[in-house]
Each structure stands twice: as structure tokens, then as C-alpha cells.
Design a protein around this ligand. Structure first.
Ligand code: ATP
Length: 289
């Protein structure tokens, strides 16, 4: 079953097409990353999903219900973290936790989260660093073990140790069947924690792919050195490019399968060969360009 279905979502600000016909689905228990450069439309789409903004066109179904018509009820089942966490400066963390308990019912999970994130709930928000405000925002979103988490840049401002705590927390949530939809600029994070990713650019989705599939699109660079004759134009084919020539070697860029090229190279007397592949980051950059 789909936990989220977004169909042809459009939201324009005057001439700016912030979200321009975006469609995707998120399955139950899946961790979906929402990735894109600054101004791509991530926050606008998320705000439409949360009914903080009304779309110009399109339908959003969350947990089987219309995201606009049933928004108040749905908020009970969604743990939401905004990109700019809204907190009361003069309240302590504990007062925020108490407020959410009054709204959503008693829970003990907040105590586990406070321990996991080493958060001090006695401090007033105005005394907290930005990373600690982010921790509080996350605890407030997670503390009721919601069926669905919608998180706008959840790890912004968290140190690497706490980022890992967060990854483990949502991974174990996903194992229990909870669904996560999270925007991010952090490619390594998406690779580490997400099952699939939607890539958005200038309001349009440019890809919805599993992380496994994306990894297959890696670009290889081969440094090959020869004694005597070297191959030349016979290597050229789709996805293969000789990017540099030395007197005794070549640098070759290959997208996808490298076996056919290795077969060709083995016809010559190789003295050395080194194969490196691009990081997933470079694969993403191809989409961003
Ligand atoms: P970032 O990664 O920088 O947070 P984003 O992907 O979340 O960016 P949005 O904040 O959704 O992007 O913005 C998408 C586009 O809509 C941008 O061109 C932005 O300038 C524009 N935009 C966003 N909010 C408004 C608004 N209230 N009025 C006018 N234009 C807006």
C-alpha cells in the first residue's frame, strides 16, 4: 500500500513555478529521500503535503486520505519537522514536550529520545544552540512513533555523531513499518539511509530511483598503461570516452558496464591498470546539471 501518493502537484508563486507537475508514490515502510538544489521546490511540496499551502493543481493522498480535506486528522498520524523549526523562545524543551503530549496523548518514547540525542529538556529554547533546537524539533516529531514522518532537512545543524543517531532511529522505525519522507541536500546521507530518492530540479522531478539503481549508474575512470602498441579509436562506443592520452597510457571514462572495454584492453600488452569509480555524488550531479 502507498503511504503517500502525489499526483501532478503544481504550486506557482506568480511566474515562479515552484512545483510544476510533480508525481510520486511512497510505499509503506519506505524511507524516501527528497533531494534537489536550493530553490528546487522541496519545501513548497512538503508544505503542500502538510496542508500549510494550498496547491494550484494536483492531488495528495496520505495514509489513504485526502491531504487537504483530512489535514487536521492526518496531523495526528504524521510526525513533522519543518526546515525552520518553530519553537517558543521562553519555553523549556520540557514545556514543548508537555504541549505535544497534551495534543497527542501520553508517551514514554520521549525519554528514550532525550537519552539517545543527549538532550537537556530543562533549558529554555533561547539558551539552546541551533543544533540543540534541531534535536528538540526531531524529538517532538518522533516522540509519538507516528505512522509517517515528513522531515524537511532533518539533520541540518546536527553533528556527525547525532546524525548517526538519527539514521539509526529512523532506520529502526522503518523496520517496524513506519514510513519516512525526508528532504536533504546531503547526498551521502541519502545514500546511507534512504531506500529510494526523488530528485527535483526547478520544480520538476528529474528522477525517482532506488539507491541500488543509482549506484549502477556510476561512472568509471580507467587508467591503462601499455608496452608497445596502444588501442585507439576502436575503443570508442556509447558511454566510453578517451579523456587523456600519454605516450604509454590512456585515461578512459566509462559509464555502466566495463567488461567489454576490459576485453578490448586485454588484447594489448598492459603494464598497469587502475580502475576507480565516481562517487554516488557525481551520479547525482549529472541529474542536477
Ligand atoms: P532550499 O533547498 O533552498 O530550501 P527548496 O527546494 O526547499 O530550496 P522552495 O523553498 O520550495 O525550494 O522554493 C522553490 C521556489 O519557490 C524558489 O524559486 C523560491 O524562491 C520560490 N518561493 C518559495 N516560497 C515563496 C514565496 N512565499 N513567495 C514567492 N516565491 C517563493
Amino acid at each position: 500500500m502507498n503511504t503517500i501518493t502525489v499526483n501532478n502537484l503544481k504550486k506557482y508563486y506568480g511566474k515562479t513555478k515552484a512545483v510544476d507537475g510533480v508525481s510520486f508514490e511512497v510505499k509503506e515502510g519506505e524511507i524516501m529521500g527528497f533531494l534537489g538544489p536550493n530553490g528546487a521546490g522541496k519545501t513548497t511540496a512538503i508544505r503542500c503535503m502538510m496542508d500549510f499551502l494550498r496547491p494550484d493543481e494536483g492531488e495528495i493522498t496520505i495514509l489513504g486520505e485526502d491531504a487537504q480535506r483530512e489535514s487536521s486528522r492526518l496531523k495526528q498520524d504524521i510526525g513533522f519537522l519543518s526546515g525552520d523549526v518553530k519553537l517558543y523562545n521562553h519555553w523549556t524543551g520540557q514545556e514543548h514536550l508537555d504541549l505535544i503530549e497534551r495534543m497527542k496523548g501520553k508517551t514514554d518514547y520521549d525519554l528514550d529520545l532525550i537519552a539517545e540525542f543527549s538532550f537537556d529538556p530543562r533549558k529554555k529554547v533561547k539558551e539552546l544552540s541551533s543544533g540543540n533546537k534541531q534535536k528538540l524539533g526531531l524529538i517532538l516529531a518522533l516522540m509519538h512513533r507516528p505512522k509517517l514522518l515528513i522531515l524537511d532537512e532533518p539533520t541540518a545543524g546536527l553533528d556527525p555523531l547525532l546524525q548517526n543517531t538519527f539514521y539509526n532511529t529512523i532506520r529502526s522505525g522503518a523496520v517496524e513499518g513506519r514510513t519516512v519522507f525526508m528532504s536533504s541536500h546531503n547526498l551521502a546521507e541519502v545514500e546511507k539511509v534512504c531506500d529510494r530518492v526523488c530528485i527535483i530540479k526547478a520544480g520538476k522531478l528529474v528522477a525517482v530511483e532506488s539507491i541500488k539503481e543509482l549506484k549502477k549508474k556510476k561512472i568509471y575512470t580507467i587508467y591503462a598503461y601499455f608496452q608497445g602498441d596502444m588501442p585507439g579509436s576502436e575503443l570508442q562506443r556509447d558511454g566510453v570516452e578517451i579523456t587523456k592520452k600519454f605516450t604509454d597510457g590512456l585515461v578512459i571514462s566509462v559509464r555502466g558496464e566495463i567488461d567489454p572495454l576490459l576485453d578490448e584492453l586485454s588484447k594489448y600488452k598492459l603494464t598497469d591498470i587502475e580502475i576507480t569509480h565516481a562517487s554516488l555524488e557525481e551520479v547525482f550531479m549529472e541529474y542536477y546539471k
